[in-house]
Write a protein that binds this ligand. Structure first.
Ligand code: HEC
Length: 124
C-alpha cells in the first residue's frame, strides 16, 4: 500500500514536471507571422506594403543600394502613433503616400499593427 502511494506520487511529480516544462516553452514570445494571419490589417499589409517591406516586414536592400527598413526591429525612425500615421499617409523618402488609397481607419489599423504585432511595443 505504502509503496503504491510512493509510486503514484512519483508519477504525479514527473507528470507535473513535464507539464511545467511544456508550459514554459509555450510561453516564449511567439513571432507574429504575417503570412498566416487572418486579420484585416495583415491582409492590408500583404496587399499594400509587402512589395517594398517584404512579406514578413523584414525590409530589404534594393539593387541601387536604397534600404527599405525592417518594421520589426532596429532603430525605428518613426516612434509614436502620430509619426507612423503621418508617414503612412504622406509617405516620403522613398515610400509612397497612402492617404488616397486607404481610409483613416485602415491607416490607424496599420499603425496598431506596426506598433503591437510587429514591434511588440518596443518603440513606445
Ligand atoms: C514604395 C515602397 C514602399 C511601400 C509600398 C511602403 N513602404 Fe514603408 N517605407 C518605405 C521606405 C523607403 C521607408 C523609409 C522612409 C524613411 O526613411 O523616412 C519606409 C518606412 C516605413 C516606416 C517607418 C520605419 C521606421 O524606421 O520607423 C513604416 C512604419 C512603414 N514604412 C510602414 C509601411 C506600411 C504600413 C506600408 C503599407 C501601407 C508601407 N510602409 C508601404 C518604402 C515603402
Amino acid at each position: 500500500m505504502f509503496i503504491k502511494k510512493i509510486v503514484l506520487v512519483f508519477f504525479i511529480s514527473v507528470f507535473g514536471l513535464f507539464a511545467g516544462l511544456t508550459a514554459c516553452s509555450d510561453s516564449k514570445p511567439q513571432r507574429y507571422v504575417i503570412a498566416d494571419s487572418k486579420t484585416y490589417e495583415a491582409s492590408l499589409f500583404r496587399q499594400n506594403c509587402s512589395i517594398c517591406h517584404g512579406p514578413e516586414a523584414e525590409g530589404k536592400t534594393l539593387g541601387d543600394g536604397r534600404i527599405i527598413p525592417n518594421l520589426r526591429q532596429g532603430a525605428f525612425k518613426y516612434k509614436t502613433d502620430e509619426q507612423i500615421y503621418s508617414h503612412i499617409a504622406d509617405g516620403g523618402n522613398g515610400m509612397i503616400p497612402f492617404r488616397k488609397m486607404l481610409t483613416p481607419r485602415e491607416i490607424n489599423m496599420l499603425v496598431q499593427f506596426v506598433q503591437k504585432d510587429l514591434r511588440g511595443g518596443q518603440s513606445q
